[in-house]
Design a protein around this ligand. Structure first.
Ligand SMILES: Nc1ncnc2c1ncn2[C@@H]1O[C@H](COP(=O)(O)OP(=O)(O)OP(=O)(O)O)[C@@H](O)[C@H]1O
Length: 429
């Protein structure tokens, strides 16, 4: 039996890993941000005119995830606010929202209104858009004395989702001409480097007055970032430089993501702590990497639309009951049609759309769809899940709509229209 008392007692006695683990969490804002001098300087130069009560240019920040965009903005914000306080100037108002969560133009406007004046909320739907706009103008002039910075994180999602968002963004960027006292500055943030190409030129010219790119960090830069945080996060002797280099190298291999590097280091520390190890060894880093991958896949699967989940489940069922044999797009579609009929309210997709979704799933890394030539039978896409079946089961099981289908044995497995018998290809009739 697990001796819980002994475990806790030992944990207190032997815990020599963390000094302050929160320093490794994403919400922690470090006092210095190595390798982001150029970006900090550019943004500081643009927003400095706030101190003379003038409106700065709107800014676009581009860079892949974990390249320090939010950290740099928060860093500049804290310093600008401090300077305003010291110089007796109205502190700017900052409204920050993530367009993944606040994902329509209407909601963006309503959210800004409600941040400015929570006591008189605008409903999250239902008003005509021009009424919400008028309300926003009224709130800005009432509650903002000076500049209001509006940060739209993941702005690309807003634009991609709704063509109408272009108009709302355009009007938001031009709102200053209708304001009496307040001035609005927009900071758009995007992880998609070529997002500008998708923007209406009118919106681009008013929102993208200044553009700043955040390049990915390389392994040496990540090492320095980790080192700076690790010094105060860990106890003496808990880790060596070798561990920091390993975390930096693994994160740099992906796309130079500082968040990933920090997560890896923190998770490796937590695993070492749970095992009551005196220090972090490379094995803990590799275990942490597996854990992070698993969490990422879980989050991805849970956020998929029902159609995509059903297609994944089709691949799961085929792989489960056709052990060892290859699966091709046609198999998946046949199985998908069987499952789709059993999910109330789910409409039937065409084979072409299912193929597109398989391609999207392939890009996410959850499966591998490889095109192979079959001589005179043409080219076929072979599909393999990249994660163990039992993992996919736990990622999808929370969706009640699919609950009864995990043990479903597809009828097409037995049918003679099955595309493969063993590894031998039989052409579909
Ligand atoms: N130069 C740096 N020095 C220290 N820490 C950094 C640096 N750059 C990023 N970080 C840390 O990495 C984590 C991720 O950074 P941040 O949230 O700013 O990335 P981001 O580019 O905004 O990512 P996303 O687009 O996913 O929101 C945070 O914990 C942040 O403090």
């Amino acid at each position: 039996m697990f001796d819980i008392e002994n475990y806790f007692e030992n944990f207190v006695k032997t815990n020599k890993i963390f000094e302050e683990r929160n320093i490794l969490r994403p919400e922690f804002v470090p006092k210095i941000l190595p390798h982001r001098d150029i970006q900090i300087r550019k943004i500081a130069e643009i927003v400095a005119c706030t101190l003379k009560n003038s409106k700065p240019s709107n800014i676009f920040l581009f860079g892949k995830t974990g390249t320090g965009k939010t950290a740099v903005i928060n860093y500049v914000k804290d310093h600008l606010n401090n300077q305003c306080r010291n110089s007796d100037i109205h502190e700017p108002k900052w409204v920050s929202l993530n367009c993944q969560q606040v994902n329509t133009g209407y909601r963006v406007l309503a959210r800004i209104c409600n941040d400015l004046d929570p006591d008189d909320p605008v409903p999250i739907a239902g008003w005509p858009i021009d009424v919400v706009f008028d309300k926003l103008i009224e709130k800005l002039d009432t509650f903002v004395h000076g500049i209001c910075f509006i940060i739209l994180d993941e702005i690309d999602i807003l634009v991609k989702k709704m063509a109408k968002s272009h108009d709302i963004l355009y009007n938001l960027a031009r709102i200053n001409s209708r304001l009496k006292h307040a001035k609005v500055n927009i900071i758009g943030i995007s992880n998609v480097l070529n997002f500008k190409n998708a923007l209406d030129p009118r919106v681009l010219s008013s929102l993208g007055e200044e553009e700043i790119v955040f390049p990915a960090y390389n392994a040496n830069e990540l090492k320095e970032i980790l080192n700076q945080r690790a010094n105060s996060a860990f106890q003496n002797g808990a880790l060596t430089l070798e561990i920091i280099s390993l975390c930096a190298a693994l994160a740099a291999k992906e796309h130079g993501d500082a968040r990933k590097a920090l997560d890896l280091l923190r998770k490796a520390g937590e695993l070492a702590e749970r095992r009551q190890s005196p220090n972090i060894t490379p094995d803990f880093v590799y275990f942490a990497q597996d854990d992070i991958e698993k969490d990422k896949m879980k989050e991805y699967c849970e956020s998929l639309p029902l159609q995509n989940k059903t297609i994944l489940l089709s691949i799961y069922s085929m792989q489960k009951y056709r052990s060892g044999n290859a699966i091709i797009t046609g198999d998946v579609y046949t199985c998908y049609l069987e499952l789709q009929k059993q999910i109330p309210g789910l409409n039937k997709l065409s084979q072409r759309r299912v193929s597109e979704i398989i391609r999207e799933l392939d890009l996410s890394g959850i499966l591998n769809a490889q095109i192979k030539s079959n001589g005179r039978y043409g080219r076929t896409k072979f599909i393999n899940l990249n994660i163990p079946l039992e993992n996919l089961n736990t990622f999808l099981i929370n969706d009640n709509r699919l609950n009864d289908l995990f043990d479903y044995r597809p009828r097409c497995i037995e049918s003679n229209t099955t595309c493969f018998k063993g590894q031998k290809y039989i052409k579909l009739g």
